[in-house]
Design a protein around this ligand. Structure first.
Ligand SMILES: *Cc1c(COP(=O)(O)O)cnc(C)c1O
Length: 277
C-alpha cells in the first residue's frame, strides 16, 4: 500500500470513528429523552454509494450489520468485503426497492430485507431464499419487514396503510412463508410530512398488526434527519446514512455513467425511486 493510500485510510478511519461516536451518542440521547433503553434500538449504517473499504473500517469499529439500497452495488460490495474479511459475521440489509427479478440475487447476500410490499415479491423472495437455504448458500431464513406507505402513494413503495386487509394479508404471508421470517414493519415519512405524524401513524399500524402475533414486531423507522422522532415513536432500527458516512456522491459506484453532458445532470429526485437516494 502506498504512503498516500495509507494516509487516506487513516483520515477516513478518524472521520468514521468520530461520526460513529457522534451517531451512537445521538441515538443514546434520543432514547434517554423518551425513557427508552438504547440497547433495544439498532443503529444500522447505510453504506450505499460508499466503498467496501468504509464497511471494513466500520466493521473494525464494531459495526456488524450494514444497509444497502441497490442490488448490484450491494452484491459487488458484499463480495469485496467477504474477500477481505472472510470470517467476519457481517449481516447485510437490503433497504431499497426490490425488483422481483432481483429476488434471487438479494436472497444470495441479504440477511434482512426492509422493503417488501407485495405478495408477488414476497413469494419470489420466499422461493429464492428457500433455494439458497437448500443449496447451503444461506444459513437462515430471510428476515423481512413489510414496508408501509403512509400517504397511499404506493408508487414510492409500501403497502397502503389505509388498506389494513391487504397489510394483514401480506404480513400473514410473510409469517407463514417457509424461508422467510416476519420481522416487522418499515416506513419512510412522505415528503413534506411532519415526521412525528408519520411515525405516529406507522407505530399505530405496528400496534394494530402486533395483535395477531406472539413474537414482538420490530419497527424499522428513522434516518439521519428524523431519528429522534422515530425513536420517540418506538423505532427499533434506525437506518443512518448521511449522518455517519457524509454526503453521498451523485452517482452510485456501481453505475458506470458515460461522460456526456447528460451525465452532469443529477439523478431524479427520490420520488422517482421511492426511497431516499
Ligand atoms: C438511503 C436510505 C437511508 C439513509 O438515509 P440518510 O438520510 O442518509 O440517513 C435510510 N433508509 C433508506 C430506505 C434509504 O434508502
Amino acid at each position: 500500500m502506498s504512503t498516500v493510500q495509507r494516509a487516506r485510510d487513516a483520515d477516513r478511519t478518524a472521520e468514521l470513528t468520530a461520526a460513529l461516536g457522534a451517531a451512537r451518542a445521538r441515538l443514546a440521547r434520543a432514547a434517554e429523552s423518551v425513557g427508552r433503553n438504547v440497547n433495544e434500538i439498532e443503529l444500522l449504517p447505510i453504506t450505499k454509494y460508499f466503498p467496501a473499504t468504509d464497511v471494513i473500517i466500520l466493521n473494525q469499529l464494531g459495526c456488524l450489520a450494514f444497509g444497502e439500497s441497490r442490488e448490484q452495488e450491494a452484491a459487488d460490495k458484499v463480495a469485496s468485503v467477504r474477500a477481505e474479511l472472510p470470517e467476519a459475521p457481517i449481516r447485510w440489509h437490503m433497504v431499497g426497492r426490490i425488483q422481483r427479478n432481483k429476488a434471487r440475487a438479494v436472497a444470495g447476500w441479504a440477511h434482512t430485507a426492509h422493503s417488501v410490499d407485495s405478495t408477488r415479491l414476497l413469494t419470489a423472495l420466499d422461493r429464492a431464499a428457500g433455494e439458497a437455504l437448500a443449496a447451503g448458500a444461506r444459513p437462515e431464513p430471510l428476515r423481512v419487514y413489510i414496508q408501509i406507505s403512509l400517504d397511499g402513494d404506493t408508487a414510492r413503495g409500501g403497502v397502503d396503510v389505509d388498506a389494513p386487509d391487504l397489510v394483514d394479508e401480506i404480513c400473514g404471508s410473510a409469517n407463514t412463508a417457509e424461508a422467510l421470517e416476519f420481522a416487522g414493519l418499515m416506513g419512510i415519512p412522505p415528503l413534506e410530512w411532519d415526521p412525528d405524524d408519520a411515525f405516529a401513524r406507522l407505530a399505530a399500524e405496528r400496534d394494530r398488526v402486533q395483535r395477531d402475533y406472539q413474537h414482538r414486531l420490530e419497527l424499522s423507522a428513522g434516518m439521519s434527519g428524523d431519528l429522534e422522532s422515530a425513536v420517540k415513536h418506538g423505532s427499533t432500527c434506525v437506518r443512518v446514512g448521511t449522518a455517519l458516512m457524509g454526503q453521498r456522491p451523485l452517482t452510485s459506484p456501481a453505475v458506470v455513467t458515460p461522460v456526456t453532458s447528460s451525465s452532469q445532470t443529477p439523478p431524479p429526485p427520490p420520488s422517482a425511486e421511492g426511497s431516499p437516494r
